[in-house]
Write a protein that binds this ligand. Structure first.
Ligand code: SAH
Length: 388
């Protein structure tokens, strides 16, 4: 077996330190899902095959989630192995899978070609299946309450490494790994209906690859997975120029802004990027996103006991949101999922309720987000390579 040079561990960031540029590393092998249909045709031809083989391969991958040459009976036997080897190299090797919530949640830990580890989480809800995916190995945004943030940034994922997490989820569903693998109402196999970029990484800091991945997810089969853009959520710490760029892409994904504090003093500490783009600048960008796309924006707010859960902060948040308009935003408070060794813990239930009520009193739709997978370190903010 060839030895793999593991990526050198990145030094842990010091408090507040931001990392935008991923360290230079060798690139993952090119995969079909990295390429648009024209690129796939060119790649197939460059390997000496007929161009239409690209569409056949795409059908296997995006429509049937097949990567086993033996199942590709419409391709000449002699060509299958080389096409698959060249254009569908294995990108994600399962390290382990963990189940929670009576099997309705499955966390997967994946090893990438260079040894880097990432995680994804598949969650079944009534009427939908949501896949939470990673866009980077580690993260450079250094939010002190987030496990991934404490790790630092190892590297950006390639487009195909992002897409492959969703395909892996689709394969698990097809294999019936979530209980009731068949949608009782429609008697058809369950599909991954929703994708959230809420795993490891700041996707907008890996902009081009994340956008290309979204394109693969929404392109109709056989070029892509045929998902609805509105069922894809891009979550960000608030990289203002990237939010504006996303708004101009013409793909109406849902935007989630991780706010966690309505005032700069506290947000500078909780979400260090705030030192560059303030609360008001981030909220203005979120509002522009709504104006441009018509998509209601989500504000993420992890409720941390005695840190950001005060009544006055709920009021200030409500005021700032209402001041920009109505119907453009909703708030998703989530009780903090404490990370190992965290000095912080979740707000008390009564305090959480009061926070919600004060926002609602200002006309801001507010729903507390669930904490799926918290018992397997699979909940928001708990994904870290060190848990593998
Ligand atoms: N970089 C993106 C995606 C990160 S994870 C972003 O920051 O939005 C998705 C969400 O989980 C973010 O809102 C993030 O702030 C939140 N989160 C991180 N750590 C958490 C924790 N320990 N408890 C609850 N939510 C957390």
């Amino acid at each position: 077996m060839p030895t793999v040079d593991l990526p050198a561990p990145t030094p842990r960031p010091t408090p507040g330190q931001l990392t935008f540029t991923a360290p230079r590393r060798s690139k993952p092998p090119t995969h079909l899902a990295d390429l648009d249909p024209a690129g796939r045709k060119a790649a197939v031809e460059a390997l000496g095959h007929k161009g239409f083989r690209a569409a056949q391969l795409s059908t296997h991958y995006f429509e049937h989630f097949v990567d086993d040459p033996a199942e590709m009976t419409d391709l000449p036997k002699a060509e299958r192995a080389s096409l698959v080897q060249e254009l569908m190299p294995p990108l994600l090797t399962p390290v382990r899978t963990l189940e929670a919530d009576d099997g309705q949640t499955i966390k997967s830990v994946w090893r990438l070609f260079d040894g880097a580890l990432v995680e994804s989480v598949l969650m079944r809800y009534p009427g939908r299946v949501t896949m939470c995916i990673s866009s980077q190995a580690g993260c450079g945004m250094n939010c002190p309450f987030c496990a991934t943030g404490q790790e630092g940034l190892t590297r950006n994922l390639s487009t195909a490494e992002i897409v492959e997490q969703v395909v892996a989820g689709a394969r698990m569903l097809r294999a019936g790994q979530l209980p009731g693998g068949v949608d009782e109402d429609r008697e058809s196999p369950l599909r991954v209906s929703n994708v959230v970029f809420m795993g490891m990484g700041e996707a907008l800091a890996n902009y081009r690859r994340a956008i290309d991945a979204i394109r693969r997810l929404v392109e109709p089969p056989p070029s892509g997975l045929g998902m609805s853009a509105r069922h894809i959520t891009m979550s960000t710490v608030g990289l203002v120029p990237a939010i504006d760029k996303l708004a101009a892409e013409g793909i109406p994904v849902t935007l989630a802004l991780s706010l966690h504090a309505p005032d700069d003093e506290l947000r500078n500490e909780l979400v260090p990027i705030n030192n560059r783009w303030s609360v008001d600048e981030a909220l203005d960008a979120a509002y522009r996103y709504y104006e441009k796309t018509g998509r209601r924006v989500s504000i993420e707010y992890a409720l941390i006991r005695d840190i950001n859960d005060h009544a006055w902060r709920a009021d200030l948040l409500g005021e700032k949101l209402a001041a920009r308009g109505s119907g453009w935003v909703h708030v998703n408070p989530i009780p903090l999922n404490p990370t190992p060794g965290s000095k912080w813990t979740a707000s008390r239930h009564g305090v959480e309720q009061q926070f919600v009520e004060r926002l609602r009193a200002r006309g801001i739709p507010t729903t507390v987000r669930d904490t799926r997978g918290s018992d397997i370190d699979g909940a928001c903010g708990q994904l870290a390579a060190s848990t593998a």
